[in-house]
Ligand binder design. Structure first.
Ligand code: SAH
Length: 349
């Protein structure tokens, strides 16, 4: 492994400084940035309109840490999961989910995850490291090429629902989103980007001021602190009142609704007390609730709820005027569904 930084860690001002120090023309900066981001080259030698002199300088100082596809898995429902190797041999997974109306890319923000959600297999990998902003960008770029190839369409929606907790890699996620949105990046619509978080109140307040204009999904799973701590033990550090307070703040600053993600587990959060608690929270901030089907991940304490319980939840919410949907998981047969990203081939889980 080379001990040089990826050139994409430098913004245009820093790169300009570097060029000036090396007696290179400033206007070359934009050309080089166009190659390394928009054209996603993997070697400086590919820059056909750049002098050999400058190519050599860049080659000496920087690298392009491009990820490589190790393996892909195709689901019977059309979903494709990619196992991607990073420059330091760490593995992540990213998923392409096609449907009639949209093509969704589900990407990772960390190698593994430091949170301990008991129902999520990724938590068993622990967190190895944060992804760099360019590693987040590269996943989308790669999936977009795959989407054009397989589905003849570009990706329309992006969700940070792969491995990791995006808000615990806040800076790189923000940088990556800005690049993904920018004309010099992928020109992606902010409205089609969703950051999904387990709920880190302090960072939710920070991100409100980034002017990202993208959507925020919160993996709530219970509106009762005690129950939430059983499902997501890390939430002991973040009382639900603080979470709600941060979401109110986020809504006030961004004027955007919150999307709550909610799995109903058999015998854990499936009674009326839980439903009423959820209704109460939903009434405090403009929101929508998305019920997610549980994908079993090996911990036998967690089981999918009975259909009647889902219907009861939906009836209560709808009666109270709370918009709610139910999401059936995609790609379960290839372990590509929510909570199933665990580098299966590597750890032999
Ligand atoms: N850390 C972020 C993003 C990754 S998880 C977060 O917690 O939001 C993406 C979504 O999948 C979250 O809503 C999460 O709660 C859900 N999820 C995790 N494991 C799951 C499982 N086994 N079945 C269904 N959904 C799961």
């Amino acid at each position: 492994m080379e001990n040089k930084d990826d050139i994409r860690l430098l913004n245009s001002e820093k790169l300009e400084e570097f060029f000036i120090n090396k007696n290179q023309k400033k206007y070359r900066v934009n050309q080089v940035l166009d190659w390394v981001w928009n054209k996603s080259i993997s070697s400086f030698s590919q820059m056909s309109n750049i002098s050999d002199d400058l190519k050599n300088i860049l080659d000496k100082e920087f690298v392009l840490n491009k990820p490589i596809e190790i393996k892909s898995y195709k689901s019977s429902d059309g979903t494709i999961k990619y196992s991607i190797q990073l420059y330091d041999k760490n593995l992540i997974e990213a998923v392409l989910i096609p449907s009639k109306k949209r093509i969704t890319a589900c990407i990772s923000s960390q190698v593994g995850c430091s949170l301990d959600c008991k129902f999520c297999a990724t938590s068993r990998l622990y967190r190895k490291r944060n992804l760099f902003c360019y590693e987040i960008f590269d996943q989308l770029f790669f999936l977009n090429e795959q989407s054009k190839f397989y589905f003849k369409r570009k990706i329309s929606n992006l969700v940070f629902m792969g491995m990791g907790e995006p808000l615990l890699n806040y800076k790189n996620v923000v940088k990556a989103i800005n690049k993904i949105k920018s004309k010099s990046g992928l020109n992606f619509s902010a409205k089609k980007i969703t950051i999904s978080t387990s709920g880190i109140p302090k960072i939710i307040k920070h991100i409100a001021h980034e002017d990202l204009k993208c959507n925020l999904a919160v993996s709530l799973h219970s509106a009762i602190q005690k129950t939430r701590e059983i499902i997501m033990p890390f939430s002991r550090k973040f009382p639900i009142e603080d979470l709600i307070d941060s979401l109110k703040y986020w809504n006030r600053v961004t004027k955007k609704k919150i999307l709550y993600e909610y799995i109903i587990f058999d015998g854990i959060n499936d009674n009326v007390e839980h439903i009423k608690a959820l209704v109460k929270i939903c009434k405090t901030i403009p929101c929508k609730v998305n019920f997610i089907e549980y994908n079993p991940t090996g911990d036998l304490r967690f089981r999918r709820c009975k259909v009647e319980k889902l219907e009861l939840y939906q009836k209560y919410l709808t009666n109270e005027g709370i918009v709610n949907t139910y999401r059936v998981s995609r790609g379960r047969d290839i372990n590509a569904a929510c909570g199933q990203l665990i580098n299966l081939n590597k750890v032999g889980y």
